[in-house]
Design a protein around this ligand. Structure first.
Ligand code: G1P
Length: 286
């Protein structure tokens, strides 16, 4: 059973400036929910009970968001706004939240290492990255847990993407062991196009064992001074990748963020009709 999820949220969010000057990028909402809440909901719906945020300076809004707010709750109760009350209370009661500061910007591998003291020696745990919002019928992490249970080995989420984009990601080499599962034989972080082993890339979901912490400690920083998780993962002998079912949005990319906003709005009962009518009106000849 995987009970703990580590979610690194220490990044500065420069891609969304000026919005992220005073608020964490993870608190930018898609409609009315901060992007980080979509990630936490996916974890909790997959069975996670303990969320460990790896935070940095100026991230207190995230801690406040995943805490009770007695004044607000009393106010909502008095006004009989029960749906809103449920919205601010429910998720907080469904998991425990811990916060660890990453006090140096030393990369994703280092961020994960910051959680070491909160993970049991025989424990497997999940890592979810806040930029990757996934819309799926079965939560992507849950799909990965099923593969993990079967293979008893670490699992990464994979997606096939257009070749020209591979240099933005960790790229894998591997062999299919079933239609959607690959046994991995190689990993490269952000390779040049000509060095990429495939067009299958790592999306920000990982199921890892405690061993990863030793692997990270043995991993040297790259040219930018960061310790890459991808490089540490290479030390696993048995490592699998899952081509998960679902649609992924890069919430750190403005165009993808806009797509997520439009598509999530069209899925909401209250907006479907008026919002699609509005969109059709914008492009009357299409
Ligand atoms: C990180 C990982 C990369 C992965 C990506 C997924 O990169 O290092 O391997 O493919 O997340 O979103 P980042 O986007 O933080 O640069």
């Amino acid at each position: 059973m995987i009970r703990t999820a580590v979610i690194p949220v220490a990044g500065l969010g420069t891609r969304f400036l000026p919005a992220t000057k005073a608020i964490p990028k993870e608190m930018i909402p898609i409609i009315d929910k901060p992007t980080i809440q979509y990630i936490v909901e996916e974890a909790v719906e997959s069975g996670i009970e303990h969320i460990v945020f790896i935070t940095g300076r100026n991230k207190s809004a995230i801690a406040n968001h995943f805490d009770y707010h007695p004044e607000l709750e009393t106010h909502l109760r008095e006004k009989n706004k029960m749906d809103e009350l449920k919205g601010v209370r429910d998720l907080v009661s469904r998991a425990h939240f811990s916060f660890v500061r990453q006090n140096e910007p030393r990369g994703l591998g280092h961020a994960v290492l910051c959680a070491r003291h909160l993970i049991g020696k025989n424990e497997n745990f999940a890592v979810l990255l806040g930029d990757d919002v996934i819309d799926a019928q079965v939560p992507a992490l849950r799909q990965m847990m099923d593969v993990h249970e079967e293979k008893q080995a670490p699992v990464l989420a994979l997606q096939k993407i257009p070749w020209e984009q591979v240099s933005k990601y960790g790229v894998v080499a591997g062999e299919h062991v079933s239609r959607s599962v690959l046994k991995l034989s190689g990993l490269v972080e952000k390779p040049k196009l000509e060095d990429a082993p495939s067009d299958l890339v790592i999306i920000g979901r990982y199921i890892l064992s405690y061993e990863i912490f030793d692997f990270i400690e043995e991993t040297n920083a790259d040219g930018t001074g960061e310790i890459q998780l991808t490089n540490a993962l290479r030390q696993y002998r048995d490592l699998y990748g899952l081509l998960f079912q679902g649609k992924r949005y890069d919430a750190g990319n403005k165009l993808d963020y806009l797509r997520a906003t439009v598509e999530f709005a069209l899925k909401r009962e209250e907006f479907r009709e008026p919002f699609s009518a509005y969109l059709k009106n914008l492009f009357p000849n299409k």
